[in-house]
Ligand binder design. Structure first.
Ligand SMILES: [Zn+2]
Length: 713
């Protein structure tokens, strides 16, 4: 599971779609997309094509619109249409369709509240046919281009850049910062409005701040806070007016002069922040297990909170996203809205970073990259970091942190830990090295120079948190089973040594894979969490297969993927489509079963269907075409369809539909376990409280249950 924050597309404040409803800008794009599909339908027909496609405009489909828009974006153009000598007729159809779509007037589109909305298509069939032609064409274009082109990275002056200076007051959990941001208008129109996200300010719906006060009378906050002090033009220091929108989670800048397409602007933002202190009890193994049982038995609703990745606990400060972070953009549309859900992540664009952080001398500091230069100042230690191609810049600081590292080719891999976890941290480093080697060989090179894995005291709803170049795994699972703490644990937990250690291995392989799926290839993980989550989880299976061989991979498949789904179903959880938005999943138990496990099993089904050679070729094409971009499901689907043998394309497409858009999990994975279900009568009524009675009540449920409940989710 991953803990980056989710975004939802939104392009103006009056136009705020309800849950599950398309924003009007999506509708506008859909209208246009319908119009090309209709036009193409006139010219093409082919028997035997699937009649129901996700590209059908009758289905509200953000990703089609986004996909088409992507093809017209500068970075996507650079990637996909870089090859000038494409002479494939289908490719030309796609290109023509895209271009036609761009210049097509919006004819006959009904309007609602002044915004155009899509009309139901007259003929689903003809559209579907047109859709598949377009789909195949796109797929082939994409695949051929991915293979033929040598991708030119953007020159430094064309990239987004953050120069940040942060001063961290460890004792008071506060920081002050100033950042200079270079923003480049990659849209087609001039704009004078810029949006930044203030992630620490996200609150879940219905959040009520605590009323408890410090002895000096200040309110004790249980959430972090990021405040903007001032904003200026970097060129002349002139103040820039700004506003805070969406409950202060969005910073909107109103520039004096519009920024022309391809032009850059530099802004300076002064800010300060504070993080809450988290009770260590919330981060222990017992708390993690109780949380999971509660999610399983009572279907408790869980939502990620800003405090989950911005906090101090057990002498460690984590700043997941401490500074104003540019919202991502697609064409001229900003991905503005952010919302809480059980899923993920920060959707941002890759940028270069130059960061200087001052901390007290006795505090060790870690970021996604090793320190470049360090200086002693009065009582403080000033460290500078340089990084390229990061989507965020997470910071971890602590009195007692240490690290070990290993160089693998051009990448340094580090394990960062508290001294009492040294043995586990070494094991983590070894697993991460092996995983890195497997993925480098199978997926392709990473645009990063270092990867760090941090032993961090994460709260019980979160097993791991992923950032660009840095992943945190909950300290709760860095367990020494021979320690006195473990001897005091309830028996059902103590008995799970092998299972917990195995789960840590799986999780390390999973978080390393997120550097390919999530960090290098970005995606909107609030809308399509399956893209990074499922692929990272399937990658862990690949690691098992390549490192330990088929028998161990088969048991990992059973325990880490199929078992998670089966247990979820046995507990009465409904099968769901794996392709839904993150907010539609109730908690980490459901999210792990459907998005991470069922989603990962789709990739296994595709591999079996296509064979290793074509499967990995498709995955590599998808990776290379979307590295340092923001991909969507159509990019992934297109890559697999394009790589499949012609007679298999329809089946590949249906495989995507089957796992992502239908509920066939019981047939494909396995039905609920009746024996386990029968055993569940008693615990279902038990009171989920973290005490010994709780464990006694569940003791008879059996090993399989506890294996699953002690997993890192
Ligand atoms: Zn994950």
């Amino acid at each position: 599971m991953n803990a980056r924050f989710g975004l939802m597309k939104k392009d103006d404040s009056e136009n705020n779609p309800k849950l599950g409803e398309a924003s009007t800008s999506d509708r506008r794009l859909e209208t246009r997309c319908c119009s090309i599909l209709n036009r193409k339908a006139v010219a093409s027909s082919s028997p035997g094509l699937p009649l129901q496609l996700p590209w059908d405009c009758a289905w509200r489909n953000h990703s089609t619109a986004k996909r088409l828009r992507h093809l017209t974006d500068e970075p996507k153009r650079r990637n996909r249409f870089a090859v000038g000598n494409q002479r494939n007729s289908l490719s030309r159809v796609a290109e023509a369709a895209t271009l036609g779509w761009r210049s097509q007037p919006r004819c006959g589109s009904p309007r609602r509240n002044g915004h155009p909305v899509s009309r139901l298509p007259r003929s689903r069939v003809s559209q579907a046919i047109a859709s598949i032609v377009l789909l195949l064409a796109m797929g082939i274009t994409l695949s051929t281009v991915a293979r033929n082109q040598t991708r030119q990275p953007l020159p430094p002056e064309k990239r987004l850049r953050y120069q940040i200076h942060l001063t961290l007051d460890f004792e008071n959990r506060t920081y002050n910062g100033i950042e200079r941001v270079r923003w480049i208008n990659r849209g087609d129109h001039p704009t004078s409005t810029l949006f930044f996200h203030l992630y620490p300010n996200i609150r879940f719906p219905g959040y009520a701040p605590p009323t408890e006060k410090t002895p000096s009378g200040d309110l004790i906050s249980d959430e972090p806070r990021l405040e903007i002090i001032e904003v200026r033009a970097a060129s002349n220091g002139a103040p820039i007016s700004f506003a805070l929108d969406d409950q202060e989670t969005t910073l909107r800048l109103n520039l004096r002069d519009a920024v022309a397409p391809s032009a850059a602007v530099e802004i300076e933002i002064k800010f300060k922040g504070i993080v809450p202190e988290i009770d260590p009890e919330e981060t222990g193994l017992l708390a993690h297990v109780v949380q999971q049982v509660s999610a399983a038995i009572r279907s408790t609703r869980e939502v990620r909170r800003a405090r989950d990745t911005n906090f101090r606990c057990r002498g460690v400060i984590m700043l997941g996203a401490a500074y104003p972070l540019l919202a991502a953009r697609s064409g001229d549309d900003w991905f503005r809205r952010i919302e809480s859900s059980i899923g993920d992540a920060l959707m941002t664009e890759a940028a270069d970073y130059e960061v200087t952080i001052d901390v007290p001398r006795n505090v060790a500091l870690y970021t996604p990259v090793p320190v470049q230069t360090a200086q002693q100042k009065e009582g403080a230690h000033s460290s500078s970091f340089m990084a390229e191609n990061l989507r965020d810049f997470a910071i971890v600081a602590g009195h007692n942190l240490r690290s070990e590292e290993k160089q693998i080719g051009s990448i340094v891999i580090r394990s960062i830990f508290r001294p009492d976890h040294e043995a586990t941290a070494r094991r983590v480093l070894k697993i991460a090295e092996d995983a890195l080697r497997v993925y480098l060989a199978r997926f392709g090179p990473l645009p990063l120079k270092s990867i760090s894995i941090v032993d961090a005291p994460l709260v019980s709803t979160m097993g791991s948190a992923e950032f660009a170049g840095l992943s945190a795994i909950a300290s709760a699972f860095y367990i020494d089973f021979d320690s006195s703490t473990m001897r005091n644990m309830p028996e059902p937990i103590r008995e799970q040594r092998a299972s917990v250690e195995d789960s840590l291995e799986w999780t390390v392989a999973h978080v390393v894979a997120h550097q390919w799926w999530g960090a290098a290839v970005g995606n909107d993980s609030s809308r399509e969490p399956v893209l990074d989550e499922a692929l990272a989880n399937w990658s862990a299976l690949l690691y098992y297969r390549e490192l330990h061989g088929e028998p161990q991979a088969a048991s990992a498949l059973e325990e880490q993927l199929r078992g998670v789904y089966k247990l979820y179903r046995t507990f009465g959880g409904d099968d769901m489509e794996a392709g839904r938005a993150a907010r539609e999943y109730r908690n980490s138990f459901q999210y792990a079963a459907i998005v991470a496990s069922k989603g990962a099993l789709m990739f296994e089904a595709l591999r079996k269907l296509m064979g290793d050679e074509k499967f990995f070729a498709a995955l590599r094409d998808y990776y290379s075409a979307n590295s340092l971009e923001v991909a969507d499901m159509d990019d992934l689907r297109g890559a697999f369809i394009a790589e499949a043998a012609v007679e298999q394309r329809r089946t590949v497409n249906r495989t995507f539909d089957r796992w992502l858009s239908s509920k066939r999990g019981d047939e494909d994975i396995g039905p609920p376990d009746p024996k386990l279900a029968a055993e569940l009568g008693l615990p279902a009524r038990a009171n989920a409280k973290a005490d010994r009675n709780f464990f006694t009540a569940f003791a008879k449920v059996g090993k399989f249950f506890w294996q699953q409940m002690t997993k890192i989710r």
